[in-house]
Design a binder for this molecule. Structure first.
Ligand SMILES: NC(=O)c1ccc[n+]([C@@H]2O[C@H](COP(=O)([O-])OP(=O)(O)OC[C@H]3O[C@@H](n4cnc5c(N)ncnc54)[C@H](OP(=O)(O)O)[C@@H]3O)[C@@H](O)[C@H]2O)c1
Ligand SMILES: [Zn+2]
Ligand SMILES: [Zn+2]
Length: 353
């Protein structure tokens, strides 16, 4: 076991503080990664705050991990020391169920192992995430960062990117699709860029009037303010596909109204009871509401390759690890444009006993 620097939360709503954590000795199929960058996802804050009631402390968040291979286990064949690699929200799964067999490891019927706050399948220990200098991950769950992709910007693709990519692909979004993205945050801004790159016409639906210019600069053809009932009513039946990234309980009925015939609203943000859905809004226009959880390894590699080929990059604000608590506060106050990424080199400047 080797000990590495990391930032952890010791209890719900606590500030993140520097600590040292252990990383396991390499198993035969393990890859050790020196972490260069790690994105900050809203789920990191949900987990630190125990919003989902399942957090084990101390908690080291971080599942948008980019780095270099530092060492490999004896059976590793796909990577060598120095390779540019990435790790997303998953570090293991059963590898023996229909979901795993079809590359949908996120839906593993025995439960996937999350990158942090998950349970190691061998030891039962709680997994610790990417707000650290180093991580050890099973080879199968390590992704390749294409040479054309800037490492600095690759992190947010591993969660924000794949979470929106999966439903965009599943629902066949492409040329001619009329798409709305609700919430212009980490997930939302990636959804705009990716849907535009796939050829769709994209509208951003936002609570923040001040984001309208940004939305257009990101590629949106139109912007609707969700607080303006007239604008919302004027867009009734307009979209084929709506991606709803709102992170808390909310009323989806005003958004369902905007779907045309056979339209689909995919929910990715709120993991809690929603306000009651009006059945008529679903029945009368054959609309449906669906959900989506991150994405599997083949889709994540496909996304990394697509972004490299089409030069689709997240819009990031780089932060020093010592500013992590102010970044968390700003994210929760809806003040991030549009993803914080921690430069892990800054961890070298943190003194820990
Ligand atoms: N399904 C999955 O697999 C998955 C994966 C990753 C994350 N998530 C979840 O997805 C959600 C979004 O994550 P994120 O990292 O994109 O968060 P984020 O960067 O904070 O963005 C969320 C956006 O939603 C809008 N918003 C915030 N509070 C709102 C409210 N009360 N009512 C209406 N709109 C509101 C804001 O956009 P405007 O200013 O434009 O309104 C905000 O920028 C989180 O709950 C996260 O846990 C799910
Ligand atoms: Zn995430
Ligand atoms: Zn499985």
């Amino acid at each position: 076991m080797t000990r590495y620097k990391a930032f952890c939360a010791c209890e719900a709503h606590a500030e993140l503080t520097p600590t040292r954590i252990e990383r396991r000795n390499l198993r035969a199929d393990d890859v050790a990664i020196a972490i260069d960058y790690c994105g900050i996802c809203h789920s990191d804050a949900h987990t630190v705050n125990n919003d989902w009631g399942s957090t084990v402390y101390p908690c080291v968040p971080g599942h948008e991990i980019v780095g270099h291979v530092a060492a490999i286990g004896s059976d590793v064949t796909r990577y060598k020391v120095g390779d540019r690699v990435a790790v997303g929200c998953l570090v293991d799964s059963c590898q023996d169920c229909p979901s795993c067999d079809s590359g949908n490891e996120q839906n593993c019927t025995k439960g996937p192992t999350a990158t942090y706050n998950g349970k190691d399948r061998h030891t039962g220990e709680t997994t610790l995430g990417g707000y650290s200098e180093h991580i050890v991950v099973r080879e199968k769950f390590v992704l390749r960062v294409p040479a054309a992709l800037d490492m600095k910007y690759a992190g947010p693709l591993l969660c924000a990117g794949i979470t929106v990519w999966t439903p965009l692909r599943r629902h066949g979004v492409g040329k001619g699709s009329k798409v709305a993205v609700v919430g212009l945050g980490g997930l939302g801004h990636m959804a705009v860029k990716l849907a535009v790159a796939l050829g769709a016409e994209v509208t951003v639906i936002t609570t923040s009037a001040g984001k309208a210019d940004d939305a257009r600069a990101l590629g949106a053809a139109d912007v609707l303010l969700s607080k303006e009932p007239k604008a919302m009513q004027g867009s009734a039946n307009r979209f084929d596909f709506i991606l709803d990234t709102i992170p808390t309980k909310h009323n989806v009925n005003p958004y369902l109204t905007l779907l045309g015939r056979n339209g689909v609203l995919v929910l990715v943000g709120a993991l809690e009871p929603l306000e009651a859905i009006h059945g008529a809004l679903l029945v009368l226009n054959n609309r449906s509401i669906s959900g989506s959880l991150i994405g599997g390894l083949p889709a994540t590699q496909e996304l990394l390759d697509f972004c490299a080929e089409h030069n689709v990059l997240p819009t990031c604000e780089m932060v020093d690890v010592r500013d992590i608590n102010s970044a968390f506060k700003r994210m929760q106050a809806n003040d991030v444009k549009y993803r914080f990424v921690i430069d892990m080199a800054s961890l070298r400047n943190v003194e820990i006993d």
